[in-house]
Structures are given as structure tokens and as C-alpha cells.
Design a binder for this molecule. Structure first.
Ligand SMILES: C[S@@+](CC[C@H](N)C(=O)[O-])C[C@H]1O[C@@H](n2cnc3c(N)ncnc32)[C@H](O)[C@@H]1O
Length: 432
């Protein structure tokens, strides 16, 4: 396909998403199925354009002076390609599949224009209602923080130290440009895609197939490390999902902790079996949603609650979620978070730790949930997560937002501060 056809395809996918209210991944997949002639280079170029528009929809519209889909896709292409408008016009010359190109004057203004003069939420590329919650969570820098949540993400991997050392996997993935992550001592990263192309499909590599590494954002790796699962401990991963944190906890404790993995959703839990087997995580017992867990009450040294959340920290990877989120959904999530925390706390024995993790940056889901928990649960206190970070990640430096509450502290990781997805971490302690 030539450039015009790719741009037209991106417009078609975005319009399909909007008119049928469907997730971006489904719209892209359907387009691929009905256009089998498109090669893998075409598909990744079209996917990048679609995702870039979703990440920066409001600021692109402000700079282009319209929110019509065609001009937005041209804008995203100009930004990612670095072409100037004359080069773009030349590249599309005679290309009968290209949608109509905006006027030269519009393109020139687009090129020059920044976010100046726009509303803060437009500059931040978020829905209006999220401006205040983001400012409250991320401080004066919130617009830059939100813009970093609109960047393309890297591909992060966690080396499974049960099977391999970081250097070995780094050597295997060197042809893809993988290098060590700055925070996690077991992380590898392939930089975000610049321009066209896509990240390598590392899942077909030998190291993935043999369990030497997993795909996992560095923020998620760090959150699991901060939990500090130790040899000899009993650990419950109460919202285990497909097991991302479970696997990291098993590796961090060198299979020497007794780990229990549970999730309320059978579907989400399903991939965990294969993943555990591949990773050689032999210390994990999986509990199905209908299992009776009461015998485990009051027996755990560490309970991990990787809570259901709005996922605002993952907007780089799921930008369509940003525009779908509303206040009712946020309220629903915070209610679930309180319930999950209360249910999970029952498994902690006196003196135990309870790690509360979300992949959201919003205070309502994070610090406010911790404060609410402490308010209704006597016999619990908040640990100093900042001190914990300094202890567990001494080489990393304070690459987070810290907030001091309830005589302790909680941490928020963000793409701008930490170079990771957005994550929240708090450690609660049950008094002995
Ligand atoms: C953020 S995801 C977990 C991701 C997973 N820990 C990982 O690292 O891959 C949150 C999980 O919480 C589960 N969940 C939601 N409500 C729950 C409840 N009441 N009890 C247990 N799990 C719940 C969801 O099914 C979902 O899998």
C-alpha cells in the first residue's frame, strides 16, 4: 500500500470505532481480516496512526482547527514522520487512495502550533472532567504528565531469574535493541517505536518460549519488587489475573515463598497455568473463583491486592480507554477497591503486610482508598513506601511522586517521572 491508502485505512478504522463504539483492537483486527492484501508493514503503519490519533486527539484537533478524522490522521502522520507539508503533498501526488489533504495554510499552521491558547485539558489530551483529578494527583506538572501518558510506550520485559540472568536474555534480544531498564534490576526494554514499524514479536523467541522472560511493564515489575516476598513466607496474590505479579513474586522469592494466587474472574485467571509452567514457578497454588478460601484467613505474611482500576496509568498502551472513562465508572471502581481491600485484609495474620497496587494515577483510587481503609480498619497502619523504595531499589533514585499520608507514604510512578506506565503502590501493615 502507498501512503494515501494507509492514511485512508486509519481514517476508516477510527470512524468505525466511533460509529460502532468498539475497542480499537477489534476495529483494527476487523480491518485486517477484510483487507488481506495488506502486508505487515501496512498493518503496523495503520495501527500506529490510529493509536497516535487516539493518544493525542484533542491537541491534534486544536492544532488542525477541526476534529474531522482525516485531518487528525494527517496531523498524526506529520508529527510521527517529521515530514513538512510540502514533502507530504509530494508523497501523495497521484495517489488516488489518499483522503483530501487539508490546505497548505492549515498544514503550515498545524506544524507551527503548539498547545498555546488551548484549554488545559486540550493541551493535556484528556476529557475535561479529568483535568482536576489529574492536577490533584500529579501537581503543577500535571499537563506534562498527561502528555507523557499520551506518548508511545516502550516494550518492557522482566527476566525470570528462576531460569536466566538478565545478561543472557539481553544478549538474546540484542538484535532488537533491548537494553537494561533503569529501575528494575530484572528489566529489559526496547525503546518506543519512532515513525513506522512495530515492536518485535518477542513471544516467538526461544527465551520467551522457555520462560526466561515475560512481557511486563517496568512499573509492574517495580511494584512486585516493593512487595518484598521473602523465602519462607506465605503470600496471597488476591487479584492475580493472568499472573503477571504472581510470576514476579515467585521469581523474587526464588520459589521459596508459598504463594497462593486467586482471582474472582475465571476467564482472567485462565492463562496463569501455562505461564506458571513455562516460568518454572513451582511455589504457586492457584485457587479458582469458587474455591473456599476461609482456611487461609489470618494465615498470610503478605497479601497483594493488584486492584481492579480505571487503568489511567496505561493510556499509552490503551488510549481509547481514556476517552471512554467517565465519573460513574470511576465511582464503581473505587467501590470495588474498598470491597477487595476489605476481603483481602482478612487473610493477613497479625504483623502481616498488605500491598495495595493499581495501574491508575488518580487519588480517588489510590491515596483516598488507603485513607478510607485506615479509617474503617483499626489495627492497621501505613508503611513508609519511600523508605522501602530506597531500601529495595538503592540505585534507582527517587523516580516517583511520593505523598505523605497517615504517618507513612505512598508512591505513584508515571511515564514522566519514572519512565514506566502509571502505577500506585502502598504498603499497609497489620499491627502485631
Ligand atoms: C489489575 S488486574 C490484575 C492484574 C494481575 N495481577 C497481573 O499482574 O497481571 C485486577 C484483577 O482483579 C480481579 N478482581 C476484581 N474484583 C475482584 C474481587 N472482588 N476479588 C478478587 N479479584 C478481583 C479482576 O478479575 C482482575 O483480574
Amino acid at each position: 500500500m502507498r501512503l494515501g491508502g494507509r492514511i485512508a485505512a486509519a481514517v476508516e478504522v477510527l470512524d468505525d470505532m466511533a460509529s460502532r463504539r468498539r475497542p480499537v483492537a477489534d476495529a483494527l483486527k476487523d480491518w485486517g481480516l477484510s483487507h488481506r492484501f495488506a502486508g505487515s508493514g501496512d498493518r503496523s503503519a495503520i495501527g500506529n496512526l490510529v493509536y497516535d490519533v487516539l493518544r493525542r486527539r484533542r491537541s491534534l484537533a486544536h492544532r488542525m482547527g477541526t476534529d474531522a478524522t482525516g485531518p487528525l490522521v494527517f496531523g498524526a502522520f506529520l508529527d510521527s514522520s517529521g515530514m513538512d507539508p510540502a514533502e507530504l503533498r509530494a508523497a501523495l501526488d497521484g495517489d488516488r487512495f489518499a483522503p483530501p489533504l487539508p490546505d497548505d495554510a492549515v498544514l503550515a499552521r498545524f506544524r507551527r502550533a503548539g498547545a498555546e491558547g488551548s484549554e488545559p485539558a486540550v493541551a493535556a489530551d484528556v476529557p475535561d472532567w479529568l483535568a482536576e483529578p489529574l492536577r490533584a494527583a500529579l501537581g503543577d506538572d500535571w499537563i506534562a504528565e498527561a502528555r507523557a501518558l499520551s506518548d508511545r510506550p516502550p516494550l518492557d520485559m522482566r527476566v525470570n531469574t528462576l531460569k536466566a540472568a538478565r545478561g543472557e536474555v539481553e544478549a538474546e534480544l540484542a538484535p532488537f535493541g533491548a537494553g537494561p531498564t533503569p529501575l528494575s534490576p530484572v528489566g529489559l526494554r526496547v525503546a518506543p517505536i519512532a515513525g513506522e514499524g512495530r515492536h518485535p514479536n518477542v513471544q516467538v523467541e526461544r527465551g520467551f518460549q522457555t520462560g526466561a522472560f515475560e512481557i511486563q511493564d517496568e512499573g509492574s515489575q517495580v511494584a512486585a519488587l516493593l512487595c518484598g516476598a521473602r523465602a519462607g513466607e506465605r503470600v496471597l496474590d488476591y487479584c492475580a489475573g493472568a499472573g503477571g505479579k504472581t510470576l514476579a513474586l515467585a521469581a523474587a522469592s526464588d520459589n521459596q515463598a508459598e504463594i497462593h494466587a486467586f482471582d474472582a474472574d475465571r476467564q482472567r485467571l485462565a492463562p496463569i497455568w501455562d505461564r506458571l509452567a513455562r516460568a518454572g514457578a513451582s511455589s504457586v497454588t492457584v485457587h479458582a473463583p469458587r474455591d473456599d478460601l476461609t482456611p487461609l484467613h489470618g494465615t498470610m505474611d503478605l497479601v497483594v491486592v493488584d486492584a481492579p482500576c480505571t487503568g489511567t496509568g496505561t493510556w499509552r498502551r490503551r488510549p481509547d480507554a481514556k476517552w471512554r472513562l467517565n465519573e460513574a465508572q470511576l465511582a464503581k471502581r473505587t467501590g470495588e477497591q474498598d470491597k477487595v481491600l476489605d476481603a483481602a485484609a482478612r487473610f493477613a495474620k497479625p504483623g502481616a503486610r498488605l500491598a495495595y497496587i493499581t495501574c491508575s494515577v488518580l487519588r480517588a483510587e489510590n491515596a483516598e482508598r488507603v485513607e478510607a481503609f485506615l479509617g474503617r480498619m483499626p489495627g492497621w497502619r501505613l508503611a513508609d513506601a519511600e523508605a522501602l523504595w530506597a531500601d529495595r531499589l538503592p540505585a534507582a533514585g527517587p523516580a516517583y511522586h511520593a505523598e505523605r499520608i497517615a504517618a507513612g507514604s505512598v508512591l505513584t510512578l508515571t511515564p514522566l517521572r519514572s519512565g514506566t506506565d502509571g502505577f500506585f503502590f502502598a504498603l499497609l501493615e497489620r499491627t502485631p
